[in-house]
Design a binder for this molecule. Structure first.
Ligand SMILES: [Zn+2]
Ligand SMILES: [Zn+2]
Length: 200
């Protein structure tokens, strides 16, 4: 797997971070199973770095996903004929099961976001002292062409404790990496990654 990326650098010091800090597969795990963990880039005071932090700002996207899945379900279950097909075809039942699971996963995210908005944590060190990295992108151009970022741009996001400003610069190489799934409690605390699990 390879994804385009850019570096986040500081105008005053040699700090360096990467847009790919949020790449990979992140899941919450609870008694019933696992569901998707939405994350974003953020400044973490514990790590003193821009890294992946929890993101509870995607509830309207999750809600619209639920609505469209429910519409599909009502299409596929709304008539006697549709239900006869459901009895006859295993693939239709499997589709229903997996769609219901997806809806459940979005619903859990919305529930969690309701309970924990404002308590976003760093997904590396679990610190609550985090700020989403959402700078105004100023002066310059950083775009994806041909599966790579090109160019560079300044931001209005200050490097905390340094006084320099972050700027973003396209990486010359594409990152190749295999991302092992990472699991967290619904409190945002790291449990395990499959890679580490197989190591021991
Ligand atoms: Zn700096
Ligand atoms: Zn941290």
């Amino acid at each position: 797997m390879s994804v385009p990326s850019y570096s986040i650098l500081c105008t005053q010091c040699d700090y360096r971070s990467s847009s790919n800090a949020t790449n990979g597969q992140y899941y919450y795990k609870d008694d019933e199973g696992q569901f998707n963990l939405e994350r974003q880039l953020g400044w973490c005071n514990g790590c003193q770095s821009i890294t992946a932090i929890e993101d509870f700002g995607k509830t309207s996207k999750a809600a619209s996903e639920i609505r469209s899945k429910l519409e599909l379900i009502s299409l596929k279950t709304g008539t006697v004929w549709a239900n006869i097909l459901n009895v006859l075809f295993k693939s239709r039942r499997e589709w229903l099961d997996s769609t219901i699971e997806t809806i459940n996963s979005y619903a859990k995210y919305i529930e969690l976001a309701k309970a924990r908005t404002g308590q976003e944590r760093c997904l590396k060190c679990s610190s609550y002292v985090v700020v989403p990295y959402k700078p105004t992108k100023e002066r310059g151009d950083l775009d994806v062409h041909g599966f790579m970022y090109h160019g560079e741009r300044n931001t209005d996001f200050e490097h905390p404790g340094c006084g320099g400003m972050f700027y973003e610069k396209a990486d010359n190489v594409r990152l190749h990496g295999k991302f092992e799934p990472r699991f967290y409690t619904t409190e945002g605390v790291f449990i395990e990654s499959c890679l580490e699990k197989t190591k021991y």
